[in-house]
Design a protein around this ligand. Sequence first.
Ligand code: FAD
Ligand code: NAI
Length: 405
Amino acid sequence: MTKFDTTIIGSGPGGYVAAIRCAQLGMQTAIIERYPTLGGTCLNVGCIPSKALLDSSEHFYNANCHFEAHGIMAEKIKLNWPRMRQRKDDVVVQTCDGIKYLMKKNKIKVISGHASFSDSKTISVSGTNGSKETVNTERVIIATGSKPSSIPGVIIDKKRIITSTEALNLEKVPEKLIVIGGGVIGLELGSVFSRLGSKVQVVEFLDRLISGMDFSLAKEVQRFLKKQGLEFFLNHTVQSTVVEGESVKVVAKNKKDKEVEFSGDYCLVAVGRRPFTDNLGLEKISLTLDDKGRIPVNEHLETAVPGIYAIGDVVAGDMLAHKAEEEGVFVAETIAGQKPHLNYKAIPGVLYTWPEAAGVGFTEDELKAENYNYKTGNFPFKALGRARASMDTDGFAKVSGRQGY
Ligand code: FAD
Ligand code: NAI
């Protein structure tokens, strides 16, 4: 049995990047993954497939709605959904294979199966074929990621009431898609299907969309997505969902406490994700979770058990691939005795609709809440010749700055 310096549980952007950095810094490194392919949520059922469909659907939308204005007369444009899905799957396979190659190149031992702690230096791995393996290790980095969450009254059957994972793989484009949640997944996948011809209705509990981003940006996003055909029902709290044959009924209560009913052929539940620590054996190392199910860590991303670290979606902070990656590098360098630096405010967030919406640093709302003396500057794209040239006049660039900085 080999003993490793560092073992990483989970091969998503947090895990695989941590593994590469550990190996580069001279550690004997292993990575354990319960799924047959490496890359985690992001590469298999998250960032990469969603971005592939966003790009394809944008081409389709532009061909249908914008080419004529550019003087391009394209006739009989037809959607080949199976082909579009296949291209997305090809991109996923190539990207996941790339991670396999990187593990080999960096001499990282890949162990296939579900990892569970026996004690702080011993991990038991159960393979899908019933095999068992024991891994001895000096240190562990937990990078087990997250899973879609739901809300009371909504039972995800993965057929009609679906998460992003199923939405990326639907057999046909929905005629009417109800989206619960006006966050990043709801708006990105809502955009994809709206561009492909679905009638998309977004039911959101708050009085705004994309709650982590600047409020004026959220309003602008709502404005241009409405122009593209999406319908928004803000201040609506979903009470229940019912599947009746091939249709789904969603009942919500609006601000006036009145029941509003929505019906569609699919309902996408996009109300956030929960940290994933199922059957990880945390009780064997006396690690307890916080009230949101996350693994508590200190400023070095080390848990209460010395030598066991946690990164990515399974710890507090934004659930973003590049945040998980930064944390992976940070922990590897910390273990190697370096003094790395991580500035969470320098990590941007992007909504990949068209136009895209992105932000970094403090939002104006945060500056206001903190009582900072600040100024904002805003430049609308419609005043920009370059934007007019490409017919991209929706949106703006906004800077909010603290005075004296
Ligand atoms: P994950 O990627 O979730 O990886 C965790 C891995 O650990 C999984 O492979 C899992 O199988 C494995 N695992 C769990 N438990 C065990 C165990 N006990 N034993 C062995 N293996 C285990 N983020 C962005 O920054 N940009 C985007 O555009 C973006 N788009 C997204 C689109 C969608 C539809 C979704 C769902 C997410 C998107 N995200 C995006 C978020 C991004 O995917 C996550 O933030 C990121 O994947 C988190 O990385 P991670 O390494 O923490 O965990
Ligand atoms: P989210 O947190 O972005 O949005 C969830 C939305 O659901 C919120 O607006 C919330 O108010 C709403 N909601 C909650 N309960 C509700 C209810 N009962 N009724 C109606 N609405 C309700 O979560 P989402 O979109 O599921 O994404 C999960 C994670 O995946 C995000 O944290 C994000 O970081 C990551 N992601 C990132 C992407 C990117 O970076 N471009 C793309 C997709 C996902």
